[in-house]
Ligand binder design. Structure first.
Ligand SMILES: C[S@@+](CC[C@H](N)C(=O)[O-])C[C@H]1O[C@@H](n2cnc3c(N)ncnc32)[C@H](O)[C@@H]1O
Length: 178
């Protein structure tokens, strides 16, 4: 059984500058695929934003949520006036239903105590018809079906999965069902 405090401490102890040194190139390769799928949306949630590596690529108003205060400290330095930060839990998002025009969650789901809650919560806070992009580490979810079976639920229609060999994640693209 995973413990949320252990996961939070792991990222807090790593710290933002070490996170960026270790993961910037890997994450940016994923963003290249993701950004092509992300429509122009007036309010985007980066669910598990870490240090905000995605922020410079998003023109819309953005909310970045993460469990780790340390990584959020780096995200704050990177954020613009239209990018807002919330310390919180992806399994229990502190937002009302139907508020975001798009939700993105890159390499977060494999950290969760109950991974099924991330697609459920992402769909809950997304507006009807909006895009929900969730990626997961291939080394944790060995087969693509291991992740699609978690992402697909009564509110999310799976449209596409990127399985590119040179990317470390499966990247799922879904729509919140009307
Ligand atoms: C591999 S990093 C990915 C960060 C960011 N999405 C990126 O592309 O660089 C995983 C992130 O998930 C966050 N995380 C882990 N469990 C979480 C939870 N229950 N709620 C919110 N964030 C969580 C960690 O703090 C960390 O920032």
């Amino acid at each position: 059984m995973k413990h949320k405090n252990t996961i939070k401490s792991r990222y807090d102890d790593l710290g933002g500058s070490h996170y960026d040194m270790r993961y910037t190139d890997e994450q940016q390769a994923k963003y290249e695929l993701i950004l092509d799928e992300l429509p122009d949306a007036s309010l985007v949630l980066d669910n598990g934003c870490g240090t905000g590596l995605l922020f410079p690529f998003i023109d819309s108003t953005l909310v970045g949520l993460d469990l780790s205060g340390e990584l959020l400290r780096t995200a704050r330095e990177r954020s613009t006036d239209a990018q807002f930060l919330v310390q919180g839990d992806s399994e229990y998002l502190p937002f009302r239903d139907d508020v975001f025009y798009a939700v993105v969650s890159v390499t977060v789901i494999q950290n969760l105590v109950d991974p099924r809650r991330l697609p459920v919560e992402s769909a809950r806070v997304a507006k009807l018809g909006s895009t929900v992009i969730i990626s997961s580490l291939k080394r944790v979810y060995g087969k693509v079906e291991d992740i699609t079976s978690i992402v697909e639920n009564e509110d999310l229609l799976l449209n596409r999965v990127f399985t590119d060999e040179n990317i470390n994640d499966w990247i799922t693209v879904s729509t919140k069902k009307q």
